[in-house]
Design a protein. Structure first.
Length: 44
């Protein structure tokens, strides 16, 4: 899969898509962590 990305002419588009998915994942992960932290605080 990775090798195929490097062989394509649209490398910039591939990188942009990767960044979008990374940012999206980071946002979802931040929400997940925030929920877990608030649950831990409430448990105390």
């Amino acid at each position: 899969m990775r090798n195929q990305e490097f062989e394509t002419d649209d490398l910039g588009d591939a990188e942009l898509t990767d960044w979008e998915s990374v940012v999206s994942f980071a946002g979802e992960f931040a929400v997940f962590v925030e929920e877990r932290l608030s649950e831990a605080v409430e448990a105390d």
